[in-house]
Design a protein around this ligand. Sequence first.
Ligand SMILES: [Zn+2]
Length: 133
Amino acid sequence: MNAHYPVVATRAGHRCEYCRAPEAIFNFPFEVEHIVPTGSTGTSTDDNLALAGRSCNLFKADCREAVDPETGLTSPLFNPRVDDWTESFSVDRSRGTILGLTPKGRATIERLRMNTPSQLEARRQWARLGLFP
Ligand SMILES: [Zn+2]
């Protein structure tokens, strides 16, 4: 396990810091993710680390920006250490969809593929259990 996991997971409330998936219902700990990749200028310090589920971390990979589908312009991705989740995203509870409120929010949803059919179905089940949002 990543040495930073206890601090990062506790700070995140054991939720993915991108899609807010609840770690408690997964059968494997979430991942400690570098917001700015170490291959770029990122460091393994707490201010550059975030807790992410497998799906978000897989699709984020080494990306730092993506296209906002509403404007067609490139935007930095949501940064959990700098940006406020509720200012960047909202949730359609009935459909399970995460909505982007800002260019960063929309670009992050696209890049991390946060609204695939399996994501929506999972969120509806989490909501039914009172675990989401
Ligand atoms: Zn996630």
